[in-house]
Design a protein around this ligand. Structure first.
Ligand SMILES: C[S@@+](CC[C@H](N)C(=O)[O-])C[C@H]1O[C@@H](n2cnc3c(N)ncnc32)[C@H](O)[C@@H]1O
Length: 274
């Protein structure tokens, strides 16, 4: 069994230091997974104890950035949960297609696989030309990756399988060029993607959207932070706009529950009704 290097008081101390020194508030993140990840980092980065980690975070802003990258979970893939993307393709896009202009926000989108999945679907629905896709994440490294649109070739087999399962009819390889062990996605997809770092804990909305994705992010937050973020999404969505969450996430029992309907309860897609 792994040694346990961090107790509750130490976690509180760490969270206070991160907030006062760097302005990052992680107090609304689920504590057990925070502790697990800090503990893992102490082992991986070979600190002798918690105090040594804390001193390094306090004195080395480069290490602090690594800490943030490691403490958050960046796992993602294209067309993750293909049946959700199938419903977006078949039901959501036709519902917003009549809008003169389509604005989409991918909040907490990690390295952007979800964003490129959407750009391809918009292209196939002949809607990309009148869309803007805002891709945001806490991680500046992730944002850099989205700008590049370059993904490991090793992921492409799985991505292609997901694309087809989401109802994609084209040859997926039309959307990228292979260079060494990478897939470089087409320039025309990138022109409609706007990237920025954005912290869901502390930053406000920046536009009104027809569609907001925030998938597999809320699971890391406690109830009151989930309420804060969902209120932000409610304020940022047009009436009849769509909110798309991850498969383990739900708006039931949250502050905004009464304002949304769920067209199909097998999918984590809600529509703003009020
Ligand atoms: C598991 S990934 C989800 C990626 C993608 N949405 C998906 O479902 O595949 C979680 C992402 O949430 C981001 N994140 C964590 N805390 C955040 C915050 N406070 N504000 C914005 N993004 C955050 C992480 O940096 C990470 O990229």
């Amino acid at each position: 069994m792994e040694s346990n290097y961090i107790n509750d008081d130490q976690l509180d101390l760490l969270l206070n230091e991160l907030a006062s020194l760097y302005g990052y508030d992680f107090t609304g993140y689920a504590r057990s997974s925070m502790k697990r990840r800090v503990n893992r980092l102490i082992i991986v980065d070979k600190f002798t104890n918690f105090e040594a980690l804390l001193e390094t975070i306090k004195n080395d802003s480069t290490y602090f950035r690594r800490f943030v990258e490691e403490i958050t979970v960046n796992v993602t893939e294209m067309y993750r949960d293909p049946s959700t993307f199938k419903m977006i393709r078949e039901k959501v896009l036709p519902a917003i297609a009549t809008q003169p202009f389509i604005r989409i926000w991918h909040a907490g989108c990690s390295t952007g696989e979800e964003v490129y999945s959407m750009a391809i679907m918009l292209h196939e629905a002949n809607l990309l030309h009148k869309s803007l896709i805002y891709a945001t994440d806490l991680s500046s490294l992730a944002i850099e990756n989205i700008k590049q649109g370059i993904f490991p070739l090793s992921q492409i087999a799985k991505d292609t399988e997901n694309y087809l399962a989401s109802g994609g009819k084209n040859n997926f390889s039309e959307y990228y060029t292979v260079k060494k062990d990478t897939a470089i996605f087409n320039q025309n997809l990138k022109t409609k993607i706007i990237t920025a770092t954005h912290n869901l804990v502390s930053d406000s909305s920046f536009n009104e959207f027809q569609l907001i994705f925030c998938r597999n992010v809320l699971i890391y937050f406690n109830k009151s932070l989930q309420d804060r973020v969902l209120t932000l999404f409610d304020e940022s969505l047009e009436t009849l706009g769509f909110l798309i969450l991850g498969t383990k996430e739900n708006i039931r029992f949250t502050k905004v529950a009464a304002k949304f309907s769920q067209p199909d309860n097998t999918q984590k897609i809600w529509r703003k009704i009020l």
